[in-house]
Design a protein around this ligand. Structure first.
Ligand SMILES: Cc1cc2nc3c(=O)[nH]c(=O)nc-3n(C[C@H](O)[C@H](O)[C@H](O)COP(=O)(O)O)c2cc1C
Length: 205
């Protein structure tokens, strides 16, 4: 598949066929995800793959976090919130939760986060290229202590996104994009107001 075709053809998918995905296919997508650019080769991404009945366990851990962090929540409210999450978690046969390693240096942490976001886009495109549908979802449920422990997320890591993955069961949805020209400034050439110091004017090729 051409890159242009993959970029234009990929659209977020929210409705999935429940049939499982072969683990080799998931690994193939992850192998492509990790070719994202990353400064100093920190390879900051960490993936946790949740499939089949592990999704039920994940829902249980979400419930534990909800209960602990909202002690004032009435039982019915807690049940309703947890049901909503359980339905979402079971909406896809596979969820890949992606964390980014953090560093003592905030600049490095920011770069790691950016690299991990690029890895997620690679993952989405790779999934699309093998006829899988996917959506990048955010959400605080992947930041709770119980969930993090269950997913083996490294202690010094930041949640970046959860990729819900499966064979699509919805029609293609076209989404709006503003023309890039409206979001781009071309810096004018040949309009230098002052001579540059020393010999910085010409850069040899
Ligand atoms: C950082 C990030 C977080 C997102 N979180 C959600 C989410 O929680 N729920 C959701 O439905 N879509 C989420 N999306 C997907 C966007 O809604 C989707 O990309 C957007 O509607 C454009 O559609 P397209 O991906 O088909 O082009 C997220 C996307 C990004 C990049």
């Amino acid at each position: 598949m051409l890159v242009e075709e993959a970029i234009l053809g990929r659209r977020s998918v929210k409705v999935f066929d429940p049939r499982p995905i072969a683990p080799e296919l998931i690994e193939r997508c992850l192998d492509l995800a990790v070719w994202a650019p990353n400064h100093k080769l920190t390879e900051p991404w960490r993936f946790s793959v949740v499939t089949q009945d592990a999704r039920t366990e994940l829902s249980w851990q979400v419930y534990q976090d909800l209960k602990e962090t909202n002690p004032q929540m009435a039982w019915v409210e807690l049940e309703a919130a947890s049901l909503k999450h359980r339905r979402k978690i079971h909406s896809a046969p596979v969820i890949i939760v992606v964390y980014s390693l953090q560093d003592d240096d905030p600049v490095r942490s920011r770069e790691n986060y950016a690299a991990t976001a690029a890895a997620i886009e690679n993952l989405l495109l790779a999934a699309h290229s093998v006829a899988l549908g996917a959506i990048w979802r955010s959400g605080t449920i992947f930041e709770g202590d119980h969930v993090r422990a269950f997913l083996h997320s490294p202690p010094q890591s930041q949640f970046v996104g959860a990729v819900y993955l499966g064979y699509p069961a919805q029609r293609d949805t076209r989404r709006r994009r503003t023309d890039a020209r409206a979001q781009t400034y071309w810096v004018p050439i040949g309009k230098m107001t002052e001579a540059p110091p020393n010999d910085l004017g010409e850069v040899s090729q």
